[in-house]
Design a protein. Structure first.
Length: 217
């Protein structure tokens, strides 16, 4: 598949769900992809990208940003507190705010830097022990705490368990967002972005369906 196939599939899913055209934004997940594939997508005019490691993003995006206007770069992978400053300098949005310690570090840096990327809170909807994210039962309190720290929380993000029907998780995330007055929903990947669009995703994160299978480093 190619970028245009994915944008068409998203448009179709928006229409099928009775949603306005353009209400879902496509994050092209460029982690571990050869630079020429990323550049090809930039040359098609796409500007919204996702990376899941700070270090990897720092190695390629300053150069792309110097050569392409309007790049919008989102962190979709776990963030360690000691990399928060670098992440806040590099990314326009962070989808993985997931614990009090990180929230405090980001809040302190935001004050010092006078700016902060848009933030989304990762929710561990499947309550998987190995997975990052706040538990669904703790999400409301975490949203409130983050707001009390003046953090610009715009929405929620989830990665459903691989073995389960993703729609149940997308619906749960949408419900938590709605009751907290959050408008962004970052959910859906190559295998399930259409289901995510049907359940209200405003960002889908698609990697391999655009770029091809990831080359393991
Ligand atoms: C890698 C990744 C994606 C994209 O995965 P694909 O299945 O290749 O579309 C989406 N979200 C997160 C958090 C990822 O790490």
């Amino acid at each position: 598949m190619a970028l245009s196939d994915i944008t068409k599939a998203i448009a179709k899913a928006e229409t099928a769900a009775g949603r306005a055209p353009g209400s879902v934004r496509l994050i092209a997940v460029s982690k571990v992809q050869p630079l020429d594939r990323v550049e090809a997508v930039l040359n098609e005019g796409h500007r919204l990208f996702g990376e899941n490691r700070v270090q990897e993003a720092a190695g390629k995006w300053p150069d792309f940003r110097a050569r392409y206007d309007g790049v919008d770069l989102h962190l979709i992978g776990p963030l360690q507190s000691n990399k928060a400053r670098q992440a806040m300098e590099l990314f326009d949005a962070i989808h993985t705010l997931d614990r009090p310690k990180l929230a405090k570090a980001v809040a302190r840096l935001a004050q010092e830097m006078g700016q902060c990327p848009d933030l989304m809170i990762q929710v561990n909807t499947g309550e998987e022990p190995q997975k990052a994210g706040v538990l669904p039962a703790e999400a409301d309190a975490f949203v409130a705490d983050a707001r009390a720290m003046d953090l610009p929380v715009t929405g929620l993000m989830c990665i459903p368990p691989v073995e389960e029907e993703p729609s149940l998780h997308f619906a749960l995330l949408a419900k938590i967002a709605e009751r907290n007055g959050l408008k962004e929903l970052s959910m859906g990947m190559s295998a399930d972005f259409e289901a995510a669009v049907a359940l209200g995703a405003t960002y889908v994160r698609v990697g391999s369906a655009i770029f091809g299978e990831r080359v393991t480093p």
